[in-house]
Design a protein around this ligand. Sequence first.
Ligand code: ADP
Ligand code: ZN
Length: 295
Amino acid sequence: MKLYGALEAGGTKMVCAIGDENGNILERISIPTRTPAETMGPMIDFFRGKGIRALGIGCFGPVDLNKKSPTYGYITSTPKLAWQNFPIVAEFQKALSVPVGFDTDVNAAALGEATWGCTKDVENSIYITVGTGVGVGVIIGGKPYHGMMHPEGGHILLGRHPDDPMVGSGCPFHENCLEGLAAGPSLEKRWGVKGAELTGRKEVWQLEAYYIGQALADYILILSPERIVLGGGVTHQEGLLALIRQETAKQLAGYIRTAATQNLDSYIVGVSLNDNQGVMGAVKLAMDAEKETEK
Ligand code: ADP
Ligand code: ZN
């Protein structure tokens, strides 16, 4: 059995795990995200001495994924100020002396699903998380897509519903972006209570699906994914997925007609892997980093 380190680096917690080449997670701990000075030590202690061949990091962002850039492997303009311009990849490489794979948290989750989960039978897929924020991981041709930087699909601009009672937006940058209109904190801003306490309020979930459906229609039109995976705390709301499928179909207005879009129940799906796609994707990032250095 080969062992790999996996880190799901989030704004509130750092999930550190040891996995094998089949994506089995053998051990894990969760460490609250404080400053790098307080948080790096315990993470390094966890990974040290376990015989890992490489480490994979799925990281909150924005991050620099361009290997030719002098700041490759840095967390860049994050609102978490203590982590701004922090060279997380170099720090782990120095401490652990193993290859380090690096990507966004959502690309890692998309990769986990694409390697071992509900998109393993397709080459092109997207993974969307609607939680504290909204993020979109994109797999094209079996690989996480980066492009200029990496997709920031949580901030795509949407048309606001004329009856939306929310004043302002949940995003400090954009008046009408998906995250600002539909992430968990925006639900709370709009309706005054947490998402989990809004069960049964039809108008709440219809509006939520209206925004997520618009976004999915845009992703479908631009990226032509073969399947879409929806994760994150907000998507745990019962019945929401069905409403999102309906809204997506409505927004596409019959324009896209493929076998996949004729059957939205298997085209727009919930997560698999018991919600371990993030850490499992980080294991795959580690495996790929090891392969890369063998070349
Ligand atoms: P994070 O995005 O920080 O990783 P989660 O994906 O767990 O965390 O998302 C947390 C958000 O999801 C919170 O804003 C919370 O209010 C919301 N949430 C959790 N459960 C539900 C639910 N059943 N219905 C709607 N929203 C929920
Ligand atoms: Zn935004």
